[in-house]
Structures are given as C-alpha cells and as structure tokens.
Design a protein around this ligand. Structure first.
Ligand code: EPU
Length: 317
C-alpha cells in the first residue's frame, strides 16, 4: 500500500502480512483499519499511517489482542484522545489501539468514581458535576481520556489530576491485571510512574469532594472560559508543546522571544498562546516538529532555558 505525503509516494512499511490482517479481522468485534492515517486521529491533525488502527470493547477482546500481538511480535501503541501527541509522517508500525465500550464506563460510589481509561475527561467531569462532586476541575478543557490524563498527570500549571487518584488498574503485556494503590503511585508535574506497573492502564478510581452541582458547574464554566480566552481551542493543535520550566511559563518565554505568529509551512506558533503550535490546515508532522525545535533553540539562545517537551513525539520519519 502506498501513502501520499505532500504529493510524494512513500512506501508504507507495514509489519502486517495479509495473514496477520485476516487474523486481526477474525479476532476483533469491529473492522480494523489498515494503513490508517494518524492525522485523522490526532488533535493536531498530522501523522502518517498506522499499520493497523483498532478499537477494543472489552477486557476479553483486549486480552485476545495482546496475545495475538505477542504471538506475531507486533508492537502495540495505546492511543487516548490523540491530544498531546505528534505522530511523525512515517506513521506507527504495529497496532494502534483505542479503548472503547466497557473501557469508557463511569460509576460512582459515594465520593469515589471508577472510570475506564477510555472515558473522555469531559464526560467524567460533567458526570461528577451532575452528582455534585468536585475535584477534577484542573483537567477541565483537556481534550483527553482518563487513561492518558492519569499517565501524564494532566492539569493546569499548579493542580493535577494525580492528586485525586486513589488507585489504577493496569494490564501487563501478558494480560494479567493489577490494582495499584495510591501508596505505590507517584505523580509529578506532567509525569507519573503508572506505566512502571504494566503496559496499559484500563481504569482508575478517583476520590472526589462533595460540592453541589451548581458550584461544580460554576467552577467548570470559569475554567472553560479562561481556556477559551487564552488558548487557541478552535484550531487544531496538540495542546501545550513544552512543560513550564521551574518558576517560569514556557508560553511567556516563547512570547518574549518574539515568536508568536511565526510560521513554518502550514504550522504556526499560535498568536493567542505561544506554547501552542497550530496546524493552519495541511501541515506535515515534519513542519510541526521543526517548528518546535526552532522555538526551543530560539528560547535557549535568548534566555538560556532549554524547554522540555510536554507533547509525546512518536512514530517514524
Ligand atoms: N503567557 C504569555 N504569552 C503567551 C502565553 C502565556 O505571556 O503567549 C503568560 C500569561 O500571560 C500568564 C502565564 O504566561 O501570565 C501563564 O499562562 P496560562 O494561564 O495560559 O498558563 P500556562 O502555564 O501557559 C498551563 C498548562 C496548560 C493549562 C493551563 C490552564 C503547562 C505547560 N500548561 O498553561 O496545559 O491548560 O495552565 O490554565 O503546564 C497542556 O497541558 O497541554 C496545557 C495546555
């Protein structure tokens, strides 16, 4: 199969043989997508093809998939919402999986909520507010899934979802499930040790606080409004590109370096918030990544601060 990147024919190097594709079709409840462009599944809308892109709906189905991948020595990549990630133009070898169905369930028990890793944060936050529960507001407006948010400890610059995590359910590559308690978990700024315990997260239990639906909603509204005013939420982007350095804001440094609005091809440093790189339509991953590197160099030369990536850059050139 050939893929087109900017008019060029590029041979995709799929690891999947026709036999493996047939095997996947038989194994899964829904049709796998082969040579599926990741630009259709990432919020910045760039990225080459995944050899296979599949959804799984239950733990049994996920375990069968893991065993198939082990048998054929195929790599697995778990995708959440496709935010906070830049997939290179060569795409992802192996199988990209999205957790759906039972992995999106949310259930409350007093002030605790158990949420599947594939549940959308926005659903979780709204469901909690309906129940008069508060505490997830730092993650308001993050276009992510519960799994991705817990792994990367999503939040604002000062408050994180990790503070609410009571335990996580993880799955090892051989399909064994582990419940990991709070005491064993550690959360830092946009970082956690969750994946030290398994290959993927399948659910998390979060401990919330009693509030009222009105108060919870009012807080959500305020934070959504802040994002609407300060972030380019209507233009494709991967979210904040860099972590904030200690006692500083990456956006402020990039802004002071005079880079707001700077373009490379169809990628641009957002005019609204300098720590976002937006896709003006038709950008390649190469343009987006080269622009991030340019920004990093410029900030280092001007302020002597080497910005650390917050976005995950994955896949092949
Ligand atoms: N600023 C500028 N110029 C800019 C952007 C920001 O001077 O172009 C200044 C602002 O004026 C403000 C300060 O920098 O004084 C902080 O800006 P903001 O309130 O937007 O917060 P941030 O530190 O840039 C952090 C998180 C965001 C999160 C917001 C919620 C990081 C890297 N970023 O942004 O997270 O949405 O707080 O308030 O921690 C993400 O993780 O993808 C993300 C976007």
């Amino acid at each position: 199969m050939a893929q087109t990147i900017e008019g060029q024919k590029v041979k995709s190097r799929s690891l999947l043989t026709e036999e493996m594709k047939e095997g996947l079709r038989k194994l899964l409840r829904t049709e796998p997508l082969f040579d599926e462009p990741m630009s259709s599944h990432t919020t910045v809308r760039v990225g080459g093809p995944a050899d296979a892109f599949v959804s799984v709906y239950s733990l049994d189905e996920l375990r069968m998939l893991l065993s198939f991948l082990r048998e054929h020595q195929l790599p697995l990549f778990v995708l959440g919402c496709g935010s906070n990630i830049i997939v290179r133009d060569g795409g992802i070898r192996g199988v990209v999986v999205r957790l759906n169905g039972e992995f999106t369930k949310i259930s409350f028990n007093g002030t605790a909520v158990r949420a599947g890793a594939g549940a959308l944060l926005s659903h979780l936050i709204n469901a909690a507010a309906d129940m008069g529960l508060s505490g997830l507001e730092p993650a308001v407006g993050v276009p992510g899934t519960v799994g991705g948010a817990v792994i990367s400890n999503a939040g604002t610059a000062t408050e994180y979802i990790g503070e609410r995590v009571h335990s996580v359910s993880v799955l090892a590559e051989d399909g064994t499930q582990f419940e990991v308690d709070r005491e064993a978990l550690s959360f830092g700024y946009r970082h956690s040790n969750v994946l030290d315990f398994g290959k993927l997260v399948i659910a998390a239990v979060l401990e919330l606080e009693r509030s009222s639906p009105e108060r919870a909603r009012e807080r959500i509204e305020r934070l959504v409004e802040h994002r609407r005013r300060t972030q380019p939420i209507t233009i494709p982007s991967a979210g904040c590109v860099f972590k904030n350095p200690p006692n500083e804001r990456a956006g402020r440094l990039i802004d002071m370096a005079g880079l707001k609005g700077f373009k490379l091809g169809r990628a641009q440093v957002s005019e609204m918030h300098a720590n976002f790189i937006v896709n003006l339509g038709g950008a390649t991953a190469r343009e987006v990544i080269e622009l991030t590197e340019f920004v990093r160099r410029a900030v280092y030369e001007k302020f002597g601060v080497l910005l650390e990536y917050e976005v995950q850059i994955v896949g092949e050139e």
